[in-house]
Design a protein around this ligand. Structure first.
Ligand SMILES: Cc1cc2nc3c(=O)[nH]c(=O)nc-3n(C[C@H](O)[C@H](O)[C@H](O)COP(=O)(O)O)c2cc1C
Length: 210
């Protein structure tokens, strides 16, 4: 064991969580806005875990781009590793860690593609450089060198000097939640945890042991 990390220890003392909003979307909205107000870098950065055809989980950080009662949306390449996992098993888990607030949120559910119109609208709103790189990158594939990407970007730039259409393999996914967990760090590692489980259209709220 590496001594320098074995002895790293932080006490969580900022707050306790004794009451949650009965609507987990509103609870999440409040916490996300507190994270934004606290100027946490990339407060909408979340780890998204998926499970492949072989039962093996993987995760990666992506940016949450929107949420409402219908679900939580992020954008990516549908042919990427995560895209292949989701095609095989349309479920995922998202988690947020906001250290400055000593808070963690976990959201689980099923995954669906957002409508092509929603993906078009978001793609059109991105800076041109991001559009070109998204359209050029065969995300998660092995490439021989970065030059391949620069060449593709240049080619696309010439083919589409004005508006670049959204590639079909790039778009949004919506996680439709059936489980939430809100975690607030506490003194003596007695953290507060509240789980929301969807049962017959109602959210059942339970406190979990830390
Ligand atoms: C802060 C941060 C934000 C990211 N946002 C996205 C995103 O919104 N969409 C995306 O496809 N990849 C995003 N990435 C890259 C992913 O982590 C990942 O490398 C990529 O999606 C390929 O993942 P996969 O091979 O598991 O499919 C982000 C990475 C970081 C560190």
């Amino acid at each position: 064991m590496n001594d320098s990390i074995r002895d790293l220890r932080k006490d969580y003392t900022l707050a306790s969580l004794n009451e949650v909003n009965p609507d987990p979307i509103q609870q999440f909205d409040a916490w996300l806005h507190e994270a934004i107000d606290a100027k946490i870098p990339e407060p909408n950065g979340m780890t998204v875990s998926t499970v492949g055809d072989n039962g093996r989980p993987t995760n990666r950080v992506v940016l949450l781009r929107g949420f409402n009662a219908e679900g939580f949306v992020f954008f990516t390449n549908y042919l990427s590793r995560k895209g292949q996992d989701i095609a095989a098993r349309p479920v995922a888990c998202m988690s947020f860690w906001w250290p400055e607030l000593e808070r963690q949120v976990r959201i689980e559910g099923t995954i669906e593609k957002v409508s092509p119109e929603e993906s078009d609208a978001y793609f059109a709103s991105r800076p041109r450089d991001s559009q070109l790189s998204a359209a050029s990158s065969p995300q998660s594939e092995v490439i021989e060198s970065k030059d391949i990407l620069f060449d593709r970007m240049e080619e696309l730039e010439q083919q589409h000097p004005e508006e670049l259409p959204r590639p079909e393999h790039w778009g949004g996914y919506r996680l439709v939640p059936d489980y939430f967990e809100f975690w607030q760090g506490g003194p003596a590692r007695l953290h507060d945890r509240f789980a929301f489980t969807l049962q017959d259209g109602q959210w059942k709220i339970e406190r979990l042991a830390p």
